[in-house]
Design a protein around this ligand. Sequence first.
Ligand code: ADP
Ligand code: MG
Length: 283
Amino acid sequence: MVRLYTDDISIGYGERLVVKNLSISIPDHKITTIIGSNGCGKSTLLKAISRIIPHQSGAVYLDGKDIVKENTKVLARKMAILPQTPEGAAGLTVGELVSYGRFPYQKGFGRLTKKDYEVIEWALDVTGTKDYKHKSVDALSGGQRQRVWIAMALAQETDIILLDEPTTYLDMAHQLEVLELLKKLNAEQGRTIVMVLHEINQAARFSDYIIALKDGNIVKAGECDEVINREVLKKVFHIDAQIGRDPRWDKPVCITYNLIKGEKENEENLDINNYSAYQCAGF
Ligand SMILES: Nc1ncnc2c1ncn2[C@@H]1O[C@H](COP(=O)(O)OP(=O)(O)O)[C@@H](O)[C@H]1O
Ligand SMILES: [Mg+2]
């Protein structure tokens, strides 16, 4: 039995259900990536899994316990989340924000211990944000700020880390740095990573398991080759993709793709609105 899974969960806003009766299992000690078009419910799902928003029916289980019944600090010592648009850093320095990641470990008046300071330093170090420690978060660029939020999530020292589009705002090199850091945390410390990515070639390269969503339902979940293929991408993104092999990583790679125009998803109907391989990101 895996540590984290949803059982027949439905999530929505007001009357409208975004995710209906979804059951997914997150493989332990693996990197799982959720892909899907804008508005299909990726963030909604991650927020419900991490108890940021309530779900309507069904349940999320972590270590055999319904998360709704779990103590907040216990939950926060097991699972950290970097939301898609994190908020609440106004007026804080980088060091202060990252220190908030230690809240699940604080007792009484919340003074930081030697261990807390060590973990904060480590989190600043591995995310390359040490130099900004005394700067105001407001004064950072989007990319710098994103790495500081990641540092805060890491400072929480959880076995499970959820990240909603962690590469947003980052340039190509910093995107890779973040993904390689997550890979390292997974490989060396066995941490379970669940993230949302838009770049399917990065998803293929860095994930052990991919969940492709459409309208809050699973189109396909499995290993990279089972998900990053022409058929699944057609269903998920309504694109006609040419899939090759990345020689460096022996993973599927989207070389080029067309938008499929109209209802009929056949060759004749393909638009010549072509993109090159290196622009294959950000559907
Ligand atoms: N706070 C909210 N209130 C109402 N509707 C929302 C809210 N957040 C998201 N939605 C709607 O739920 C759907 C799924 O959104 P979201 O989970 O953010 O999609 P994704 O992350 O896949 O782009 C969208 O139609 C979106 O407009
Ligand atoms: Mg989202």
